[in-house]
Design a protein. Structure first.
Lengths: 132, 132, 132, 132
C-alpha cells in the first residue's frame, strides 16, 4: 500500500503504533469500497426491498470509513480526542453494518463478503484504540 | 434549504425532531464548506507555518461534517447507535477545530468566521443528541 | 453562506468571477444534499424497484457535487484545467440526474425537487464555465 | 481487493471490461490515499511554503479520485456519459497532480511516491476510457 511508503517518509509522523495504524487505514479503505459495492449490489437484487436496511447502513459505513481513513492518514499535529472519537465511531458503524449484512449472508454472497470486511475494520479500529 | 423540502416528502421519515435535525444537517453543511475554505486560506497565508494545526483540524472537521451530514440526511431504517456515535464525534471534532481557529481569530478573519461556524455546528449536534 | 465570507478574507483569491463562483459552490452544496436525500427517499418508496436508476444517479451526483464543491472552494494556486474538467463533469452529471429524476417528478415530490436542484446546479456550472 | 470479490457476485454487473475496471478502481483508491498522505506530509515540511501548489493539487486529486472510485464501483444502471466524464476528469486531475509532485520528487520522497501513484491512476483511467 502506498500509504505505508509515504508514512515512512513523513517529516513529523505521529506517535501512534505504525503497524496498527497502517492496518486500520487499510481496513477503512477496504471497508469503504466494500460497502459502496454492497449497497450497489443490493439495489440490483430482485429482493432489494428486504435489503433496504443493509443498503442504508452500507452507505453510512462507507461515509464513516472514508472520514476515518483521512483522519488516520494525517500525521501532522494530531488531536487525540478527534482520533479517538472518529475511530470509535468507525468501530460502532462497522459493527452495525456487519450485523445487518450477516443476516443476508446466506442468500447474498456480496453481503457475506461485506460483513467480513466490516468485522475486520471494526477489529482494526478496536486494536488501534487500545493503544491510545 | 432543499433538504427540508425533501424530508417533508419522505415516505418513511425517522422519528427525530425535524427542526433540530434540519438545523444540524444545515450546520454540518456550513461547517464542512467553512473548514474546507479556512484550510485553503491558511495555505495561502504568509505565516502558514503557524497555522498548520489549524489547517489539519479544518481538514479533519470537513471530513467528519460531510459524513455526519449524510448519516443525518438519511431517514430510512436509521440505526440510533450509529447516529449517536457520528453526531457525538462531529461535536467533538467541531469543538477541537473551533478551539484552534479561535487562537488565530484576531489575526485571520477566516479563522474567526470558521471558529463561529464550528461552534454553531457543535451546538446543533449537542442539541440534537439531547433528544436521542 | 459562510463560504462567501471566508472567500472575502482569503489572502490570495483566484481570478474567477466571485458571484458566479459562490453561486456554483452554493448549488453544488444544495445538489449534493438534495441527491443524498432523494436517493434515501427512493429506498423507502414502495415502488423502489422502479427508482433504481434514479437512486444510482443521485448517489453519483452527490459524489461529483461534493468533489466539485471542494475544488471550487479552494482559491490557492488553482489549476484551470482541473477546474474546467471538474466543473464540466459536474454539469454532465447533474443533467443526467435531472433527466432521470424528472421522469418520476409527477409521482414523487422528492424527485421533482431534486430534478430542479440538479438543473440549477448544472446551469451554475455552465455559467461559471463560460468565464474560463 | 474486496471489490473484485463483490463485483463477481453482483446480480447485474455493467458491461465494462472487468480487469480494466477493477484496476482503475484500485488505482483511484491508492491515489486518493496517497494524495491525502502527501498533502499532509507537505504541511509538516520545513519548506511547506514551496509545496503549497502541491498540497492544493493533492487535496483536489484525492477528492476527484474518491468520487471516481464510487462512480466506477457502482454497476447498477450505469450512465456512460457520467462514467466517461468522471473518468476523464480523474485522468486530467491525476496528470496535473503528478506534474506538480514530480517537481519536488528529488527533495521529498513522499512527492516522488505520490507522483508515481498519480501517473498509474491516470494511465488506468485512460486504458479504461479507451474501451468506452
Amino acid at each position: 500500500m502506498t500509504v505505508r511508503g509515504i508514512l515512512g517518509t513523513h517529516p513529523r509522523p505521529s506517535a501512534l503504533d505504525r503497524d496498527l495504524l497502517v492496518r486500520c487505514i487499510d481496513e477503512c479503505i477496504e471497508c469503504a469500497a466494500s460497502c459502496t459495492s454492497c449497497a450497489d449490489a443490493d439495489l440490483a437484487e430482485p429482493g432489494a426491498q428486504e435489503l433496504v436496511r443493509c443498503t442504508r447502513l452500507c452507505l453510512d459505513c462507507a461515509d464513516v470509513c472514508d472520514a476515518t481513513r483521512n483522519v488516520l492518514i494525517r500525521q501532522t499535529e494530531p488531536d487525540l480526542g478527534v482520533l479517538r472519537a472518529t475511530t470509535e465511531t468507525c468501530a460502532v458503524t462497522c459493527r452495525a453494518c456487519a450485523d445487518e449484512c450477516e443476516k443476508h449472508a446466506s442468500h447474498h454472497e456480496h453481503c457475506r463478503i461485506c460483513a467480513e470486511t466490516c468485522r475486520a475494520c471494526a477489529a482494526a479500529c478496536e486494536d488501534l484504540l487500545a493503544t491510545f
